[in-house]
Design a binder for this molecule. Sequence first.
Ligand SMILES: C[S@@+](CC[C@H](N)C(=O)[O-])C[C@H]1O[C@@H](n2cnc3c(N)ncnc32)[C@H](O)[C@@H]1O
Length: 263
Amino acid sequence: MPAAKKITAAQVRKDFNDLRAVVHYAKAAHEIGLWASERLLIERHFTAKTAPLLEAGCGAGRVCVALHALGYANLTAFDFARELVDQAAALAAERGAPIALHHADATRLDAHPAFQAPGPSLPAPRFEGCLFLFNGLMQIPLRRNRRRALRQLAAVCRPGAPFLFTTHDRDHSPAERASWRLEARRWAAGKQDPRLREFGDRRFSDDCGDTFMHLPDRAEILGDLAATSWVHAADHLRRELGRENAAVRGFSDECRFWIAHRA
Ligand SMILES: C[S@@+](CC[C@H](N)C(=O)[O-])C[C@H]1O[C@@H](n2cnc3c(N)ncnc32)[C@H](O)[C@@H]1O
């Protein structure tokens, strides 16, 4: 039997360009918009409405288009799935939101003309805030690549810039902890899903297609921030911030919000 292929970034990108995923994220961008928890933290930490903000992994524009509606006036967003960027551009045009949208990879921002180090007369880095919402950072296979993305985002942000992102949390409930104890035994016995790269990875299929996700514990993210020019400021499980409506709960499950500042 041929060996199972390990998950790669190219596979993750293919999954997000799949029609089922495109429809799923476009529908959420049109119909759901910001979650109550996202809005609360954005309004708490991103207080300057005219500051240049960067959204990574913007998908079909759910967050950046909603930010424009909240009055944020200097928005740049990017995603590495071309089909989703096209959806975001269409929604931004429909809602009259002048957002600079790019097709770019968070792990290779330095290779993209819109994010390359500017010339000597231009100030660098330029963004005064950054967001990577709904777990996009955790859909980058391999910790070293997630750290690379964190460094690349830090490189385009000014010192002090807030960074808001989400992850799952392997420890968020007794059931989750029990399932990861079982998974640890599988890894110890070499019986894990052979497509996975690291403990904490998951690959699953549902009606919006195939999904790769890395689920960290809290210590892992604290270590990643400290290693990549971000200073941890706070983190909260979503349930600690209030209750989401049924549409949001249908679209997404529990996650941990992280707020850090550019060192
Ligand atoms: C779960 S979706 C969330 C999309 C959107 N932020 C939302 O909340 O509806 C995660 C997004 O991260 C993007 N993504 C994953 N890895 C990326 C990378 N290396 N560079 C840029 N975008 C990436 C995916 O293409 C996808 O659009």
